[in-house]
Design a protein around this ligand. Structure first.
Ligand code: NCD
Ligand code: ZN
Length: 345
């Protein structure tokens, strides 16, 4: 097959940043995606309905004209998030979810949740308001090895939340382990997961063999090829609607990544759907791409499928070595490498 058409996809986990950074990258997602769930971890996090509305306005202003792109806003949960704020979010059509960052787990998560029981009143309100909970599923306990943090989180934290809030929709985001795949499969239909292109296309060898490659560093950190990456591939192409597209595209200055303390995040918005096409085609399952990219996400959120279509053509192209990024440079995923599928504009 050399050409395929799909319903326009959506990105169910995206970092757009703000200010000049936002302006330099938002067009890339708008070209590929109909909608995106916008992560609230700005340097000043999006903790209130008012902040979410102001951030959405900023995004709309930064978009290319007539892009049709719809940013779906998310509230950042803290120890102090009140049920009242959640009720107000429930009455705000632009807000689609609330996000649990364990405090200190990743970029701009210092204001996150120190103990999940602190947000139980907020979770109760979310269950009532039918607002999905998005989860960065890692513990921060220094005694837990960084490669085990997702598995320990599922066992010690997530499972309890799932049992205590049986009616709450939960997305375990950017899953990286076989443990996470197995857990989501064991749960009822209110528990789903997103999978990134980088966790499907890479494993920790890409980051650590032949020198440390900071552009492969993200959180949760890349895991083993076997069994983890293999389990993610199997889940993504399975056609099971619990698994859907979420790039976790997270832009950072090249200098900030190529540093003695390089920050976490991989940028993939420039070629999101092409990267996933590479995965599905590589597994001989390109016909399953549309479900994963364009159908299962909206179905989980109870939203309509996009009406527009996109076309992908098998025609190799080289990913640029860098993009301009707020007066600096950004190294994209697959920089300088070839991709076989191309999105026709
Ligand atoms: C994200 C970022 O840079 O904001 N980084 C990452 O490695 N994924 C934060 C996150 O989603 O953990
Ligand atoms: Zn993220």
């Amino acid at each position: 097959m050399t050409r395929i058409s799909l319903i326009k996809p959506d990105d169910w986990h995206l970092h757009l940043r703000s200010g000049e950074a936002l302006k330099s990258i938002v067009g890339m997602s708008a070209r590929q995606m109909g909608r995106a769930i916008i992560m609230p971890n700005l340097s000043s996090p999006v903790k209130s309905v008012r902040q979410a509305q102001a951030y959405r306005k900023e995004i709309m202003k930064a978009l290319p004209t007539n892009s049709g792109f719809n940013p779906l806003m998310v509230l950042y949960l803290t120890d102090g998030t009140t049920p009242k704020e959640i009720e107000s979010a429930g009455a705000t059509p632009e807000i689609y979810a609330a996000k649990l960052y364990p405090a200190g787990v990743t970029t701009n998560s210092d204001d996150g949740v120190t103990n999940v029981t602190n947000i139980y009143p907020a979770l109760e309100a979310m269950q009532k308001e039918e607002i999905p909970l998005l989860v960065h599923g890692e513990v921060t306990d220094p005694e837990v090895d960084v490669f085990d943090r997702e598995s320990v989180f599922i066992e010690k934290v997530l499972d309890r939340v799932v049992k205590d809030f049986p009616g709450l929709k939960i997305v375990l985001e950017h899953i990286t382990t076989k443990d996470a795949v197995d857990y989501v499969l064991r749960c009822k239909d209110n528990i789903a997961a997103t999978i990134t292109p980088h966790h499907l296309l890479a494993n920790r060898n890409h980051m650590l063999v032949g020198g440390i490659k900071p552009h492969y560093y993200c959180l949760p950190v890349l895991k083993r090829h076997n069994p983890d990456q293999k389990a993610l591939l199997k889940a993504a192409i399975s056609g099971n609607p619990k698994f859907f597209l979420g790039t976790d595209s997270a832009p950072h200055d090249r200098e900030k990544k190529e540093s003695a303390c390089g920050c976490a995040g991989i940028f993939s918005a420039h070629a999101a759907i092409e990267l996933y096409a590479e995965v599905f085609d590589g597994e001989g399952s390109i016909e399953r791409l549309e479900g994963f990219a364009s159908i299962f996400g909206p179905d989980f959120y109870g939203l309509p499928h996009n009406r527009e279509k996109i076309t992908l053509e098998k025609s190799p192209w080289r990913v640029p070595d860098h993009y301009e990024f707020a007066g600096s440079k950004l190294t994209p995923f697959f920089a300088g490498a070839e991709l076989s599928w191309k999105l026709l504009s």
